[in-house]
Design a protein around this ligand. Structure first.
Ligand SMILES: [Zn+2]
Length: 339
């Protein structure tokens, strides 16, 4: 039998068999199951697509109290150390973002110079970032543009690892801690809860757990409530750098408030939102991202509500999402600084 005829005969045989099967009870069940799977797939795709459509986030009511006192010394300043960017469709950074628009997400460390010690808040991409990227799940790898690691930018400006008093990660995801091993021995400030999360080797902690011995310095939220956050830690005791717990994006996430001598303040909100639209609209991250990261949705909503309330009541406080390149425009690039 020629090949085509053979194929046709097979098709006829299969369709006869299907029809025959449909006449039996078992056959009917099989057909219904297939129809059910087909419908479920269409519904699932439609539901997933819906999670990327614009939707204004409903937020809880929050109270933030008075502006906390701060007496930053005249020598306090802040500088940006941009270490590179990675690309993402806007659609993956906040719900309602366009698939056609590419956002260049910042991987920027911040240097806070204080007479009592210099702090690095997040590290951006370190010298070994290529190796670190191989440790994260392939789905999370996106095109990168690498710049100069923070350690080398600082060295060019005369600041060496030994001149850094401590590193404060906003959380332990790879893009915030990749540079830690460029600063061997420099204390990394972490809470006991954060340390436990890292030690649990949870997804998202692959890179921090791959770094050599880290000199963790544990701190407590030993201070009172701060702008609606239940507890706080005042790093220098003068209100210039205050850390509050924000276990929403990850269990170890914190927000760092920096108050400059000029009266300008920054709320370094880490990855509470990936882009400013998360605060402005307000908009949550697309469901798929939240699910992959394992975020605490209720806590995210609460913290977004707090950040919005803070900005509205105290316009001198500027929220700064760690990956929003536009927001960093206000902070001079090292060795320049804002006071
Ligand atoms: Zn991040």
């Amino acid at each position: 039998m020629p090949h085509e005829e053979k194929g046709e005969a097979n098709m006829i045989r299969i369709s006869h068999r299907l029809r025959g099967a449909a006449k039996t009870r078992a056959g009917k069940i099989v057909l219904w199951v297939f129809a059910g799977i087909g419908t479920a797939t269409v519904v699932a795709i439609a539901a997933l697509a819906l999670t990327f459509t614009p939707a204004k986030l409903e937020l809880p009511d929050v109270a933030i109290g008075d502006l906390p006192a701060a007496s930053p010394p005249a020598g306090l300043s802040i500088s940006a150390l941009p270490t590179g960017t990675y690309d993402s469709p806007a659609a993956l950074t906040y719900r309602g973002g366009a698939w056609s628009e590419t956002r260049h997400l910042a991987a920027t460390a911040l240097l806070v110079r204080h007479p009592k010690g210099n702090l690095l808040i997040d590290t951006g991409f370190g010298r070994n970032v290529d190796e670190h990227i191989t440790l994260i799940p392939p789905m999370q790898r996106t095109p990168q543009t690498k710049g100069v690691p923070a350690v080398d930018q600082l060295a060019a400006g005369g600041i060496h690892p030994g001149d850094i008093a401590a590193i404060i990660p906003t959380h332990s995801h790879w893009d915030h801690v990749s540079g830690i091993d460029d600063f061997p021995g420099v204390p990394v400030m972490e809470t006991a809860a954060g340390r436990r999360w890292i030690a649990s080797k949870a997804e998202g902690t692959e890179v921090i757990n791959s770094l050599g011995a880290i000199n963790y310095t544990l701190y407590d939220f030993d201070g009172g409530s701060y702008l609606g956050f239940p507890r706080s830690h005042d790093v220098f005791g003068d209100g210039s750098v205050v850390i509050v717990p924000a276990p929403a994006h990850t269990p170890d996430s914190v927000i760092v408030f920096v108050s400059l001598p000029s009266g300008v303040r920054y709320a370094l909100i880490g990855d509470l939102v990936f882009q400013m639209e998360g605060i402005d609209i307000p908009a949550e991250k697309p469901w798929m991202l939240r699910w992959l990261i394992g975020e605490n949705n209720m806590a995210v909503h609460e913290d977004i509500a707090l950040v919005r309330a803070i900005r509205e009541k105290f316009p001198q406080i500027h929220p700064l999402p760690a990956h929003d390149s536009r927001s960093f425009g206000a902070i001079p690039v090292f060795p320049a600084s804002a006071r």
